[in-house]
Unconditional design. Structure first.
Length: 383
């Protein structure tokens, strides 16, 4: 007798089941929202990099970044440069991001001819991505939603661990708990789907829970990682840039970063100059189509003087740093091309299935009976 032989008879298991049940009830809608939006965000970079297609030819040389930025801004008077995003295999088309009021414009430039191809308002064309990002990262509620998001991730991780303890049916029937009996009655089929999907996808659900928590509360996870591997505390010099100061042209920052990493190509340049102590971040990479969380050389500059505030390279990352920076790629599955993305998107819907089947079991086992009692006791209206 005991957990390995007859777990259903144990009082502590019954108590643990109640914990599992009520955590699921509380965060069920959260799980549906976050996992459904996460399955969309698996394809975020592909959707955002849906740029005009032009024939890529060799031997063109380095684009004139300043000229491209000036042409894009001239076509949109009153705008300011936000970024240049070159995370694509086809480098002929250069997406130039502009701030225009509260909106972000993306102007697509032909780096060979210097002409503007087309432009779009990021939030309008990619409304699905923008909405999914807001829902996934902060439950579309702002900073308070982000904290709730992190707490929900921790509860999802805890619930997945408890679920594995509850999964064990005993030594006599454990093999039956590994598969679904598709010919079973509806209630039994619903239970089989919940139990079997929960077992086979446990590692993925637990991973999404803990990595989601990491994004909101990184310090605690970083501390845990530092126990097993060195994690360099990157020291960035303070920026004395004042909002309104004149910034150097973007091409100057890219040129200086290129000199530091002559074998790299530009992956992303971000002009963070609309605030006090602003900075310019330039990400270089030997292969700009590889996610920056896996392969990058980053240089941070003072916008006004061009002084280097920080310089870090993925070639010098420790194992702990590679793990912590690779968490994003593992979370969203952007490390193995389209096959892995499709797999991650489908697996990301498994927690949704678990919530729906759990709510169904809760209804049939508890709520349906209580509802029947309430409706039976209700007084009949007078004629």
């Amino acid at each position: 007798m005991g957990y390995f032989e007859q777990p259903y008879t144990l009082s502590w298991r019954k108590a643990l089941f109640q914990v599992h049940l009520w955590i699921g009830v509380i965060i069920g809608l959260y799980v549906i929202a976050v996992c459904a939006s996460g399955s969309v965000l698996v394809f975020e970079q592909d959707l955002l990099n849906d740029r005009p297609q032009l024939l890529q030819t060799a031997g063109h040389g380095t684009p004139d970044w300043d000229s491209l930025a000036r042409t894009a801004i001239a076509a949109n008077p009153g705008s300011s440069l936000a970024n240049i995003d070159m995370r694509s295999a086809n480098r002929r088309v250069v997406p130039v991001g502009l701030h225009e009021g509260d909106e972000t414009l993306v102007v697509y430039m032909d780096s060979y001819t210097g002409r503007m191809l087309t432009q779009e308002v990021l939030g309008r064309k990619h409304w699905l991505v923008e909405s999914a990002l807001a829902l996934h990262t902060e439950l579309a509620l702002g900073a308070g939603g982000a904290i709730a998001d992190g707490i929900g991730g921790a509860l999802l991780f805890l619930m997945s661990l408890i679920g594995m303890v509850l999964w064990w049916p005993g030594v006599r029937t454990w093999k039956r708990a590994l598969k679904i009996n598709w010919r079973a009655p509806w209630a039994r089929l619903n239970f089989d789907v919940h139990r079997t999907f929960g077992f086979w996808c446990f590692l993925f659900v637990a991973m999404w829970g803990i990595t989601g928590t990491y994004f909101i509360f990184p310090d605690a996870v970083q501390h845990a990682i530092s126990i097993f591997s060195d994690v360099t505390d990157l020291k960035q010099l303070p920026s004395d840039f004042k909002q309104g100061d004149t910034a150097l042209p973007v091409g100057e920052f890219i040129r200086r970063a290129q000199n530091m990493y002559p074998r790299d190509q530009l992956a992303y340049a971000f002009m963070d100059v609309d605030r006090p102590h602003g900075e310019v971040q330039v990400y270089m990479s030997p292969n700009a189509s590889v996610p920056m969380e896996l392969l990058e050389d980053e240089v941070v500059f003072n916008p006004a003087t061009g002084a280097v505030l920080m310089n870090t390279s993925s070639a010098r990352w420790t194992a702990g740093e590679r793990f912590s920076l690779g968490v994003y790629s593992v979370h969203f599955g952007d490390f193995g091309g389209l096959p892995v993305q499709i797999l991650w998107a489908l697996l990301g819907l498994v927690p949704v299935v678990l919530v729906i089947t759990a709510y169904t079991m809760w209804w049939y086992r508890s709520l349906k009976k209580k509802w029947a009692m309430l409706t039976a006791e209700a007084p009949c209206p007078r004629a």
